[in-house]
Design a protein around this ligand. Structure first.
Ligand code: ATP
Length: 241
């Protein structure tokens, strides 16, 4: 096939105190794929995302982006190479408007006022619901709008890989569908690669190309999203529905 691995974790060993949470985990993500990272509470989804972005140290293994070993690099250096973590919606600045929040996000990454203007305008084209709220203040936004703004701020730097940790947390089902639909559409338009950790299995699989199920720090299933969603035994055993 022509699919190219963009992000790989290879033999990852990560732990806090005591036994490792991830013990030799290996995953490959193809360029342009949206991958749902699933598994019960405590399976290690958050730990995996933090290991990829550099927020937790590795005891063993490697993180590789486009054939470059990132293992020794700090969070900012990984970000510079195109890894972006979407923070929680709470990270939105309440006293600034949507527009100002986005400009602030662009300020660190994009030199030149005109280039920033163009980048933000391009985002508005992709994230229609946000465009309509551009003059609203952070504190006036709903939970879903805040989450979308957090997503937009990560997208403004045009990352190659987007890491999301439960963006649906605390949102109503309709809002989750809109947020994930927007993410899917942004990925399709820009060729973005996405690793999406979600408890909300049905929603995540509905927009993902592929699902990876973690159980106690191991990969217990790795298959096309549609196949995972349609497999009753697997759903029952690992996904709880
Ligand atoms: P959740 O959906 O609850 O976040 P998860 O799949 O993301 O679950 P992790 O948060 O990665 O799982 O947690 C995996 C294991 O690591 C759990 O047993 C958890 O208690 C432990 N753990 C997570 N963070 C820390 C930490 N900072 N210090 C110590 N142990 C931790």
């Amino acid at each position: 096939t022509t699919t190219r691995t963009l992000l790989a974790v290879d033999g990852l060993v990560v732990g806090y105190a005591g036994a490792p949470v991830l013990d030799g985990l290996t995953i490959e993500v193809a360029a342009g794929d949206v991958v749902a990272l699933l598994g019960a509470n405590g399976a290690g989804k958050t730990t995996l995302l933090r290991a990829v972005s550099g927020l937790v140290p590795l005891r063993g293994g490697r993180v590789v982006l486009d054939a470059e070993d990132l293992t020794g690099l700090a969070v900012e250096d990984r970000a510079r190479r195109g890894l972006a973590q979407v923070p929680e919606g709470r990270s939105v600045v309440a006293e600034l408007t949507v527009e100002e929040n986005l400009q602030l996000g662009a300020l660190w990454r994009i030199p030149g006022r005109r280039a920033r203007r163009a980048a933000v305008d391009e985002l508005y084209d992709e994230l229609e619901p946000l465009a309509r709220r551009r003059q609203a203040y952070g504190h006036q936004l709903s939970g879903g709008e805040r989450q979308m703004l957090a997503l937009a701020r990560a997208l403004v730097s045009r990352p190659r890989v987007l890491l999301l940790d439960e963006p649906s947390l605390g949102l109503a089902p309709r809002v989750v569908a809109q947020l994930l639909g927007t993410l899917r559409e942004a990925a399709r338009r820009t060729g973005l690669t996405v690793l999406l950790a979600e408890q909300n299995v049905t929603s995540a699989l509905s927009i993902a190309d592929r699902g990876i199920v973690l159980g106690l720090g191991e990969v217990v299933a790795d298959a096309p999203a549609a196949q995972l969603a349609a497999d009753p035994a697997l759903r029952h055993a690992y996904l709880g529905f």
